[in-house]
Design a protein around this ligand. Structure first.
Ligand SMILES: Cc1cc2nc3c(=O)[nH]c(=O)nc-3n(C[C@H](O)[C@H](O)[C@H](O)COP(=O)(O)O)c2cc1C
Length: 185
């Protein structure tokens, strides 16, 4: 199984990246066959907003020239996409919203259909429900398969790793993922 993790935090070693990192560690320990893991920081990529030009409807890819298409190719090669965002004003960060809007180019002919998704959100206090809903609605529009969402709490860098509920959530999601993979065989 090829796993692609996308972190939408602007903060290096921030809570979103740390929670995704913990999830990746648990997936690695789950004895999944032919596991290949890749991580991409959306903060390290240049991804502008969707311009609404709709040229992707004909082209089948996004015509805007920046780093989006190389990440799109990585998504197309993966079986499981982990996409995480810090909560900004009760929703996903602008970086994540830009990214998901740009996947319009993959939506017309459902190029992401059937891929598994684990949405991840980290807030200081609240807003993770709405942020996760934004990611879930995106995944549903693409006809992807949502395994289960993970959320954590933390304000300062690193605090999310002290959130035991978040860690328990990660264990549950990995359990569900393994169950899903078994049911496919
Ligand atoms: C612009 C901005 C808006 C934020 N809005 C919220 C919010 O609505 N609710 C909340 O609980 N935390 C909010 N936070 C706190 C972050 O969600 C929290 O610190 C999170 O752990 C940051 O993740 P990161 O370290 O991966 O960037 C906000 C932080 C910033 C910078």
């Amino acid at each position: 199984m090829r796993v692609l993790s996308l972190s939408g935090s602007h903060v290096k070693k921030g809570n979103t990246g740390l929670l995704i990192g913990y999830l990746n560690e648990q997936i690695e320990e789950a004895a999944i066959e032919d596991l290949k893991m890749k991580s991409v920081s959306l903060a390290g990529a240049k991804i502008g907003p969707c311009k609404g030009c709709r040229k992707c409807m004909e082209a089948g890819y996004c015509v805007v020239k920046d780093d989006f298409n190389s990440i799109a190719r990585k998504m197309l090669k993966s079986d499981l996409i982990i996409i995480g965002s810090p909560v900004y004003f009760q929703d996903v960060s602008g970086r994540v919203k830009n990214f998901i809007d740009r996947t319009y180019s993959l939506w017309h002919d459902r190029q992401l259909k059937g891929k598994k998704v684990i949405p991840v959100a980290v807030s200081a206090v609240s807003g993770e429900d709405r942020a996760l809903e934004t990611i879930r609605i995106w995944a549903q529009a693409h006809e992807m398969k949502i395994i289960r969402s993970v959320h954590g709490h933390g304000y300062k860098r690193g605090e999310v790793l002290r959130d035991q509920e978040a860690k328990d959530d990660v264990i549950t999601v990995v359990h569900d993922l393994v169950g899903e993979l078994k049911s496919e065989h």
